[in-house]
Design a protein around this ligand. Structure first.
Ligand code: CP
Length: 307
């Protein structure tokens, strides 16, 4: 039985296979419409979510399966003090696979140790968000036709943004990747990502504060919001929250074939005036999240695929 805790749980070859399956699902949805008729997905979300939880549920329903779960710690017996270990033992009696989001780093990993069904980390604190990374990889591959030889700008809260940490870890395994890390000093990427991931893999990166400096160089601009829920005090958040606003004027500095991604939710960091720019790909990205989660469910459940 396999779980998904980090994008590195899949080799590059396995990821390639998964993304190819997701693309086939996008092209031939009917082929997969009843493949999980007898399966159930549990969504155990101890932290708020729109996209991840609903796209997991849409993914299982698109496969013919059923869904059950809870959308906040308050509406589960966690509010009475039940441990994650006990909860997953019980959920294992009700479902075939579980997607779990938790504010504590490592909580889905603990769950996987006590589970008799595959557990998917749907975001743990400021640590990892592997299914967002799968979504991002599928989006980039679909839009650019490759995952090699790309210059990628990651902009915003690179300190607390778990999607950024997971994406960097996944992309360093491809050749010819160059990063621009665009953040204010206080929200720089954590030193363990710089030392253990970027430097150790000899990946080229440049840290800059001004988005205008990096944007003309980019194939992909990955915007992120400032993670209010991870700040220790509100004052610091208020000071940082509008540091970057991508607007039409900044988009004029970018290449015609650059795409803008954002894991969403957006707050102020992308002006709505950018939404109609053909290079704004963040809502398409949310759609790719359904296809890739369908592919992931099939892979972890080891479902026999149609020809
Ligand atoms: N991208 C993402 O994780 O969105 P949600 O928090 O709405 O699930």
């Amino acid at each position: 039985m396999r779980h998904l805790m980090s994008p590195l749980d899949f080799s590059v070859e396995e990821l390639d296979k998964l993304l190819t399956l997701a693309s086939d699902i996008e092209k031939n949805p009917k082929k997969y419409a009843h493949i999980c008729d007898d399966k159930r997905l549990a969504t155990c979300f101890y932290e708020p979510s729109t996209r991840t939880r609903l796209s997991f549920e849409a993914a299982m329903m698109n496969l013919g399966g059923k869904v059950l779960g809870f959308s906040s710690a308050d509406s589960s017996s966690a509010a009475k003090g039940e441990s994650v270990a006990d909860t997953i033992r019980v959920v294992s009696c009700y479902a075939d696979i579980c997607a779990m989001r938790h504010p504590k780093e490592g909580a889905p990993l603990v769950a996987s140790m006590y589970s008799s069904i595959p557990v998917i980390n749907a975001g743990d604190g400021g640590h990892q968000h592997p299914t967002q990374t799968l979504t991002d990889l599928l989006t980039i591959r679909s839009l650019k036709g490759r995952l090699n030889n790309l210059t990628i700008g990651l902009c915003g809260d690179l300190k607390f943004g778990r999607t950024v940490h997971s994406l960097i870890e996944a992309l360093v395994r491809y050749t010819g990747i160059r990063f621009y890390l665009i953040s204010p000093e206080e929200l720089r990427v954590p030193s363990y990502i710089r030392e253990d991931v970027l430097n150790r893999n000899h990946v080229s990166y440049t840290e800059v504060e001004r988005l205008e400096e990096a944007i003309p160089e980019l194939d992909i601009l990955y915007m992120t919001r400032v993670q209010r829920e991870r700040f220790f005090n509100e004052e610091d958040y208020v000071r940082m929250k509008d540091f970057y606003v991508l607007d039409k004027a900044k988009m004029e500095l970018a290449r015609e074939d650059m795409f803008v991604l954002h894991p969403l939710p957006r707050v102020n960091e992308i002006s709505v005036e950018v939404d109609n720019d053909p290079r704004a790909a963040y809502f398409r990205q949310a759609q790719y999240g359904v296809y890739v989660r369908m592919a992931l469910i099939l892979t972890l459940l080891e479902v026999e695929l149609p020809c």
